[in-house]
Design a protein around this ligand. Structure first.
Ligand code: GRF
Length: 198
């Protein structure tokens, strides 16, 4: 495989946006800890009680706690620019991304969804609700979708989908576990490929 064309000093600065436990954030931070192409230099969080804050503290990654009014107004763009953030990675982040950020970061905002979009996405389709809907519909497979972010929930162009079987014995919890395993093995590498392509 050809070596990536990355020059010293061109380490892409990644901000991970998360609202919850942060297991994906942890994997992404770990993946890029010794990378020569990218670094997670900020965790952005809207929930002061979120587990991802403990992850960030343990990993020594600075945190930006955001509040909704300012987020919808200026997207915290000045703060992101001050830190020279290149890429926004959503990992269980529950707020819609405002137009100011979509416009400032074209093709540079990605999300992961725990189902095979375009099915089982959209407003209120997060966490257990996604897996319950998949099971209620009798789907034989589910999986993950990594996609670009636009102004609609779970809507931008797909970057990668990976499938898993849904078994008769699956519950929302067991399906969530299977899907977390897929997420943890795929998301950081997909981000890395995106960095290398840009
Ligand atoms: C993941 O399942 C992701 O697909 C979804 O939110 C969940 C976040 O989990 N967008 P965690 O906080 O990373 O553990």
């Amino acid at each position: 495989m050809a070596s990536p064309q990355i020059h010293p000093g061109q380490v892409k600065q990644v901000a991970v946006f998360a609202s919850g436990a942060g297991s994906n954030a942890a994997k992404i931070i770990e993946h890029f800890r010794s990378s020569s192409i990218g670094r997670v230099c900020l965790v952005v969080c809207n929930n002061p009680g979120a587990g991802v804050l403990t992850v960030a503290e343990k990993e020594n990654v600075p945190v930006l706690i955001i509040e909704r009014k300012k987020f919808n107004q200026d997207g915290y763009l000045p703060e992101l620019r001050d830190l020279s953030i290149d890429l926004l990675v959503l990992a269980g982040f529950l707020w819609k991304i405002p137009p100011v950020l979509i416009n400032a970061y074209p093709g540079k905002i990605v999300n992961i969804h725990p189902a095979l979009l375009p099915k089982y996405g959209g407003k209120n389709m997060y966490g257990k609700a996604v897996h319950e809907a998949v099971l209620a519909a009798g789907e034989k497979e589910s999986g993950i979708t990594i996609h670009y972010v636009d102004e609609m929930y779970d809507h931008g162009a797909t970057i990668l989908q990976v499938k898993c079987d849904v078994d008769n014995t699956d519950t929302a919890e067991s399906l969530a576990d299977k899907i977390h395993v897929l997420e943890h093995s795929c998301y950081a590498r997909a981000i890395e490929e995106l960095i290398l392509k840009n």
